[in-house]
Design a binder for this molecule. Structure first.
Ligand SMILES: [Zn+2]
Ligand SMILES: [Zn+2]
Length: 217
């Protein structure tokens, strides 16, 4: 998972201590620095410049146990990597790592549908294909006729703060042979939780083609 360099006995000692000593690591809000709280003191690790404020790093210039610990925790996904921050999934509230500068609404892995996947509209039970997952909130995104997605009556049961998922209607295409070409179809925006992801057993096996990544509204 992460490299443990055992080139020097003192180095392997640091690697072991980085793994086993009690340390609490917190990401600071400036994207590249982390606070490491240990029994011996509190230090700031800067992953951008590979530096730590502890004496081991400052005096000996070594890759100290704090730097190593931060690297490990980033590697296993416990804390955000440099350039990322933690946001809350708009559906379940779970933490999700997102680009630090990106604002808007986000979804965790469990609630984020894959582009190109089939979903069902909970209101109409119609089958759709996801063509885009945006970070636009449903109460900020407007449709072609100037209404916000959250203003539609059919969307009142879903969160105004949820990101808008773009999708096209699949019609009865899965029943016909060959791939489903969605290139000419009109895209519609939905609050994320209105679209239900499908279990493998109810998912059409039809390949989908013609999904562009730009917007057409
Ligand atoms: Zn250190
Ligand atoms: Zn979620």
């Amino acid at each position: 998972m992460y490299a443990v360099d055992a080139a020097h006995p003192r180095d392997s000692g640091r690697a072991a201590r980085a793994r086993t000593e009690p340390m609490a690591v917190y990401a600071l809000r400036d994207e590249e620095r982390y606070l490491v709280d240990t029994e011996g003191g509190t230090y700031v690790v800067d992953l951008g410049s590979d530096a730590c404020t502890c004496p081991d790093h400052a005096i000996r210039g070594s890759r100290c146990k704090h730097l190593r610990r931060v690297d490990m925790e980033v590697g296993i996904g416990r804390i955000p990597a440099p350039g990322e921050r933690v946001a809350a999934c708009a559906v379940c509230g779970d933490g999700v790592f997102v680009p630090a500068r990106e604002t808007g609404a986000f979804l965790c892995g469990d609630h984020r549908p894959a582009v190109g996947s089939f979903v069902r509209d909970r209101e109409t039970d119609k089958l759709l294909v996801v063509t885009g997952v945006t970070t636009d909130r449903a109460d900020e995104r407007e449709t072609g006729d100037g209404r916000r997605i959250s203003d539609y009556e059919t969307n009142t049961d879903y969160g105004d703060h949820e990101p808008v998922i773009e999708a096209v209607y699949a019609g009865n295409a899965p029943a016909s042979p060959g791939p489903l070409d969605v290139s000419g179809r009109k895209r519609y925006g939905f609050p994320a939780s209105r679209l239900r992801r499908l279990d493998p057993s109810e998912r059409p096996e039809t390949p989908v083609i013609g999904i562009r990544t730009d917007r057409d509204d």
